[in-house]
Design a protein around this ligand. Structure first.
Ligand code: NAD
Ligand code: MG
Ligand code: MG
Length: 339
């Protein structure tokens, strides 16, 4: 596996280009601000007319265009609107307007890998996919560090796609941490699997099931919250810092013994076989077509699940307990008025 760093990139290649960042959400604000602070002078944020994100971008003195205007102007168009809107954005605003030989860039491989977008053959198509949330891409950059990212080249019409992609990654701060070479397919399938089986789906379901088990057994919800939600961060920080063994070095022997005995009882062969089913749904495209038809119908079940999950009493308990720890709210990663 090839890994690139700042020393492998010539950041001037991106500093001298006109870069349009379409979307100013989690990733969009981080890309636009990091590139600006890395000396990319000609940068525009592209948003729909009347977008709620426009005021946030203008507050940072970024110029805002429509996606069609930005496509006509830019040498590099980074697509950072939600995945489910990208094919409409490309077909309706980018395909007919982008300059010949310009670069079309993504932070996730879904639309290209599953052929929801078929880019014009004269375009370079690359991906710079940060392996972290957009808010962390920005906060790490400001700290002088970076979030590791993946780079993939789908089309190299100009012969320079990799050089431009690496320059982009460097300006984003990723070259400080490492830019790992991959393909759109590998990034897309592993990203979907990780978020569904472990990071988002797996972890939140594990947390809720643990919390509910303690409550149903008659324990105080405050206790359940501390043991099954709040302390997740303390454990994850130790794993993040030095791996699983580092975490086990820090916890008590009692906790470590219980970890070895009970973890595999819970995550047993049946869970592993359902993980394989989830991976199969991803690889076959079943997950993506189901998600796209949900979007085509206006996301009725997605919105219902979001509403139901946000109404869970675990959220109210969290609010109450976080009020006892006001330092948690300082230096927030997510400030909805700005990013
Ligand atoms: P987001 O929902 O946070 O932000 C989307 C932005 O796009 C908003 O500013 C919205 O106003 C704008 N937008 C929506 N429709 C638009 C349109 N038709 N034209 C122009 N602008 C429009 O999105 P996000 O989570 O930052 O995701 C963007 C991309 O980054 C996706 O491909 C995602 O998979 C990828 N990605 C996200 C993360 C993350 O941390 N959120 C991490 C890695 C990769
Ligand atoms: Mg993802
Ligand atoms: Mg404990």
């Amino acid at each position: 596996m090839r890994v690139y760093y700042d020393r492998d990139a010539d950041v001037r290649l991106i500093q001298s280009k006109k870069v349009a960042v379409v979307g100013y959400g989690s990733q969009g604000h981080a890309h636009a601000l990091n590139l600006r602070d890395s000396g990319v002078k000609d940068i525009r944020v592209a948003l729909r007319q009347g977008s709620a994100s426009a005021d946030k971008a203008k507050a940072e003195k970024l110029k805002v265009l429509t996606p069609a205007e930005a496509a006509k102007w830019a040498d590099v168009v980074m697509v950072l609107v939600p995945d489910e809107l990208q094919s409409q954005l490309y077909g309706g605003h980018l395909h007919g307007n982008m300059k010949k030989g310009a670069a079309l860039a993504f932070a996730h491989g879904l639309n290209i890998h599953f052929r929801l977008i078929e880019p014009r053959p004269d375009l370079d198509v690359f991906m710079i996919a940060p392996k972290g949330p957009g808010h962390t891409v920005r906060s790490e950059y400001l700290r002088g560090a970076g979030v590791p990212s993946l780079v993939a080249i789908e089309q190299d019409a100009t012969g320079n796609a990799l050089e431009v992609a690496l320059a982009y990654a460097s300006a984003l701060g990723a070259g400080r941490a490492g830019v790992i070479e991959t393909t759109f397919r590998e990034e897309c399938e592993t990203d979907l699997f990780g978020e569904q089986a472990v990071l988002c789906g797996g972890l939140t379901s594990l947390i809720e099931a643990g919390y509910e088990t303690l409550i149903e057994a008659g324990y105080a919800p405050e206790m359940a919250y501390f043991e099954c939600v709040h302390e997740v961060k303390l454990i994850v920080d130790l794993i993040y810092e030095g791996g699983i063994a580092n975490m086990r070095y820090s916890i008590s022997n009692t906790a470590e013994y219980g970890d070895y005995c009970s973890g595999p009882r819970l995550i047993d062969a049946s869970v592993r076989s359902r993980m394989k089913e989830i991976l199969d749904d991803i690889q076959s495209g079943r997950f993506t077509s189901q998600w796209m038809s949900e979007c085509g119908a206006g996301q009725p079940s997605f919105k219902a699940m979001r509403r139901r999950a946000a109404g869970h009493e675990i959220e109210r308990m969290g609010e109450k307990l976080r009020a006892m720890m006001p330092w948690i709210g300082k230096d927030k990663l997510v400030d909805k008025s700005k990013n």
